[in-house]
Write a protein that binds this ligand. Structure first.
Ligand SMILES: [Zn+2]
Length: 87
């Protein structure tokens, strides 16, 4: 699996869009993005990509866990967070 690091994003909305573009069939919805889940055979978009204040939520309606999804994208859990200040 190729490792992919998302580019640094200034806010969660930008990060959600970047993640959505990694998935098939991404479409914008009222609170974020809907896309095909990369962690299972998904012929209709089951994945919700929702920006919140400090992180992006990934939720698969078929029941894949967030670690499953980030692994399928080649990301790590930490990549879902946008840090507004240097740690
Ligand atoms: Zn899934």
């Amino acid at each position: 699996m190729n490792v992919w690091r998302p580019p640094h994003c200034a806010d969660t909305a930008a990060l959600a869009k970047t993640i959505a573009q990694r998935c098939q069939h991404a479409t914008p919805v009222h609170n974020g993005w809907q896309a095909s889940c990369p962690a299972h055979e998904d012929d209709r978009p089951a994945l919700s990509i929702t920006p919140t204040a400090d992180r992006v939520l990934l939720r698969c309606h078929a029941g894949c866990t967030t670690p499953d999804i980030v692994t399928a994208l080649g990301m790590s859990m930490a990549d879902l967070f946008v840090w507004s200040h240097a740690r």
